[in-house]
Ligand binder design. Structure first.
Ligand code: ZN
Length: 397
């Protein structure tokens, strides 16, 4: 009986939105006992329906199913950030807005980009184009204590974890996703692809659908891109100096190592929303790549000012980071300091949420360029806003 009702519901959803109906068919739907809410997922491909689900009206059932499947399709559980409550608000707003645009009724008080845009002080049209990561960063910046009714991602085995578990330990060197994660990424990527094609064929595609891929995690993890970037940059400096004989003193081969081991200059934006998990992943990679050549790591904190910390050990960085929150962010002073300190061939890494007030000032652009030309590798790791600076490699984290 329930199976038949479910089939009818799925058919109705596909008629209303070929796009969402097609995505929904990418999930395994399982009836389960108990459960404090109507539905939950395993964070991978399965949606569990609890008895409460079958007490809902069909329109509510559709909204619940689609809400859950979009969390799965966009891999929200795997991309979860340090503050999981704000992460839930950010992801719910992305999902619910998509459901609304596809004509599905949302429960009263549902979080959408209209609700969020007021809180993060951005135009609703702008928020509609944002990823969950961007919304999350702006929430941290403008309303870290906001209270809204978010769904909590409803992941089965976690039972409403509140994200308070502060993990200060440095994770293992994880420069690639687990094969399980990659399989799921691939599965949902394929599902989304078919859904977009179907919507186009049905003549029902629109901006929010065409943008669906932007809401997916990239197929290659940022950590492996970051590691590759560092290794390549290091290769340029180290290989050159080791292999090129000195023209004046050809007997001295290879060239003097002492003078040319590059140092790392690590600039951490402490003004708002640097995620400790992301930060420690970045640090772990920096250490794993530079350990063999004994690079020193110079740490700089910055918000509107610059606070040079000096040489640090791996674990020091995480324990020293204090996020101020709420304030503005200007990079001029930090760049000025690094431009003064940098030696040829150094690796410069900036980690930020990308919301930098003076980014477009001529003086700031000039310093970015000076630093980049002196460095062997210049990387910006950004957790939210996209930054494009000539010669710098930007990696979304
Ligand atoms: Zn949700």
């Amino acid at each position: 009986m329930e199976k038949k009702k479910l089939d009818t519901l799925m058919a109705a959803i596909s008629t209303a939105s070929p796009f969402l109906g097609s995505i929904l068919r990418g999930a395994r739907i399982v009836k389960a006992d108990g459960g404090p809410w109507p539905a939950a997922t395993d964070g991978r491909r399965t949606i569990y329906l609890y008895p409460k689900f079958f007490e809902l009206a069909p329109a509510e059932q559709a909204a619940v199913l689609l809400h859950e499947v979009l969390h799965l399709a966009f891999r929200h559980h795997n991309r979860r950030r340090e503050n999981s409550y704000l992460w839930n608000i950010a992801t719910d707003s992305v999902i619910n807005t998509m459901l609304k645009e596809e004509g599905f009724a949302l429960p009263e008080g549902a979080i959408t980009t209209d609700v969020v845009s007021e809180i993060i002080r951005r135009h609703p049209a702008e928020v509609k184009r944002m990823s969950a990561e961007e919304i999350y960063s702006l929430l941290l910046r403008h309303a870290p204590d906001v209270k809204l009714e978010a769904c909590g991602l409803h992941v089965e085995e976690e039972g409403g974890g509140d994200g308070d578990k502060q993990d200060q330990s440095i994770p293992q060197d994880q420069d690639s996703k687990s094969s399980e994660d990659r399989d799921d990424d691939e599965h949902w990527h394929g599902v989304l692809n078919r859904a977009v094609v179907l919507a186009r064929l049905a003549g029902r595609s629109k901006e929010s659908i065409e943008r669906a891929f932007d809401l997916m995690p990239p197929s290659q993890s940022w950590t492996s891109i970051f590691k590759q970037t560092l290794v390549e940059g290091l290769g340029r400096v180290v290989v050159q100096t080791w292999l090129r004989p000195s023209r004046r003193l050809p007997q001295l081969l290879p060239g003097s190592r002492k003078l040319t081991v590059p140092d790392v200059r690590f600039l951490v934006d402490t003004s708002a929303s640097i995620d400790r998990t992301q930060l420690s992943k970045a640090i772990t990679i920096v250490y794993s790549v530079t350990r063999k050549i004994n690079s020193r790591i110079f740490l700089y904190f910055w918000d509107v000012d610059c606070y040079p910390i000096g040489i640090v050990k791996k674990t020091d960085i995480i324990t020293k980071v204090k996020i101020k929150g709420g304030g503005g962010t200007l990079i001029a002073k930090a760049l000025k300091q690094v431009a003064k300190d940098i030696r040829a061939g150094d690796i410069v890494i900036i980690i930020t949420d990308g919301y930098i007030g003076d980014l477009n000032q001529d003086e700031v652009q000039r310093m970015f360029s000076i630093i980049q030309m002196k460095s062997s590798t210049a990387v910006i790791l950004t957790s939210a806003a996209d930054i494009r600076i000539r010669g710098w490699r930007t990696i979304k984290i």
